[in-house]
Design a protein around this ligand. Structure first.
Ligand SMILES: [Zn+2]
Ligand SMILES: [Zn+2]
Length: 243
């Protein structure tokens, strides 16, 4: 008899060192779901971490792209080729993922403005059409071999997604960051806005919603993880900013 899905283990994939850019692998009894695809040409980072957990790229059943920025979506085509797994993303993100409309990159401070001037956020990457396109209905991960679901958590971009694993883990992409500059490095217990953010008011609402629904730990694309009370403190600050 095949074992049923079980609470997955969360493995961080270091796309850049010191937690500056993270992707994640949710490791279930048989299958693996990847959360974010990292920068272009980072398939070996995924391979390495999976091997350390006794798994292979061929065990990947799904690639969740939280949003259409290069550090989360830039490696998705190569990962799809390496794993044979489908990519899921939100429909509102299609223009960014397909390269038909660049993200607006609304800087949240001096680092965001500087970073934009370096050209790195707009560096070329392989655009794509996701195999599975979500609207506001969550996607149950049971069909992909694990407990949990993918759901819309807009704000950072209109089609940002998060993955909710059982026991309170929320993998939220760039809903918030922690640390310094891009995120990570040091002071990683301190929440911060990512370098770019489209709608801080909606981000605050989504953090508060996840908290009210039992999220206890926020796993981040840059820095983290953060406990829920720190994430809520950040949401409060975003609300003050908006008022
Ligand atoms: Zn982003
Ligand atoms: Zn990012």
């Amino acid at each position: 008899m095949k074992p049923g899905p079980a609470s997955p283990a969360i493995a961080r994939i270091p796309i850049m060192p010191f937690g500056m850019v993270n992707a994640f692998a949710l490791i279930g009894p048989e299958k693996v779901v990847l959360v974010d695809a990292g920068l272009p040409d980072t398939v070996p980072r995924f391979d390495e971490v999976l091997k350390r957990h006794g798994r292979a790229l061929s065990d990947v059943s799904l690639i969740v792209v939280t949003h259409g920025h290069i550090d989360h979506a830039g490696g998705a085509c190569q990962l799809r080729e390496a794993t044979g797994a489908p990519i899921v993303a939100h429909r509102a993100e299609l223009p960014y993922l397909g390269g038909t409309q660049p993200p607006p990159f609304c800087p949240t401070g001096p680092f965001g403005r500087f970073f934009l001037r370096t050209g790195a956020p707009r560096a070329p990457w392989r655009h794509f059409e996701p195999d599975i396109q979500l609207d506001d209905e969550p996607l149950d991960l049971t069909d992909f071999g694990l407990d949990g679901h993918v759901e819309a958590t807009p704000g950072h971009t209109p089609g940002s997604l998060s993955v909710r694993a059982p026991a309170g883990a929320a993998l939220v992409g760039d809903m918030l960051a922690s640390g310094v500059l891009l995120g990570g490095l040091f002071m990683t217990g301190r929440p911060k806005r990512p370098p770019f953010e489209e709608r801080p008011d909606i981000v605050a609402r989504e953090i508060e919603r996840l908290a009210s629904e039992g999220a206890t730990d926020f796993y981040l694309g840059h820095g983290g993880p953060l406990p829920v009370k720190t994430a809520l403190r950040h949401a409060k600050r975003l609300r003050e900013l908006a008022s």
